[in-house]
Ligand binder design. Sequence first.
Ligand code: ADE
Ligand code: ZN
Length: 326
Amino acid sequence: ISIEKFIAGIPKAELHLHIEGTFEPELMFTIARRNNLKINYSNVDALKKAYRFNNLQEFLDIYYAGASVLIHEQDFYDLTWAYITKVNEQNVKHVEIFFDPQTHTNRGISFDVVINGIQRALIDGQRKLGISFRLIMCFLRHLDESSAFKTLEQALPYKKWISGVGLDSSEVGNPPSKFQKVFEKAIEEGFLTVAHAGEEGPSSYIWEAIDLLKVIRVDHGNRCLDDDILVKKLANLQIPLTLCPLSNLELKVVPDLKEHPLVKMMERNLLVTINSDDPAYFGGYMNENYLAVAQALHLSKKQIVQLAKNSFEASWLSKPEKQKIM
Ligand code: ADE
Ligand code: ZN
């Protein structure tokens, strides 16, 4: 059995996925056309040619521009449903997905429109395809604290749909400490917390995410290996890291996948998982991410199975739900 088929056959969970990052160029043009909006590129090929990034910010600029053609609830439904059908083909059984409400509310789209479209598609995925899900609302860290507070306020009526809050966008210069009060309030309201940390930013941001934001999972966390005490803490507490190999490669977080820290982290007993981050922009969904690291780092089948097991272990499924799938 080929490594491709082996990976494709294993049940997996995806824990680090921005729904706006699944916006495929073809669907983007379709939705732009029906909303009478213009895209800055003449066609799908021209748009795809622009997907070459030297860092996180160059990606974010294009990612926010792409999301700006999403206007109606049906647009958010179509976006989410396209992702669900894609992962269904890849034997992904459970997804915990991020959405960025401020990307939409800041251009006049109401919070309700965004969440209703996403939630309806997730429910359909559960009913029709048996894919379970959690929804995580991210605050954009390049915006200020008051905007995050306002967003948290807007989320309160939807508490039963939103399992947790996260933190994404431009990392360097926007440390977790900037959002300590917002996260305190979110925890009081019953949300679980995660944060992007140590992608481009230093290991001290991972400390802040754990100590100040009380995160129970770290998104990326690549830079933890710079700090031995931090690695021991993450390992002892088995705080999961949601790694995104193709994202790291495309955003030049690693120069080559052969230098990806995944195996070093496994050797240090960290609970690491493989995820796709923004698959429409980085050239691969779950199976492509697994395959790319398996080949670059010569992973054994045992290591690949361990990574898939980790994805359920690190998920927010209940114990009985985990036992049913694993
Ligand atoms: N938003 C979408 N993808 C992101 C990433 N990889 N890092 C930070 N913010 C993001
Ligand atoms: Zn991310």
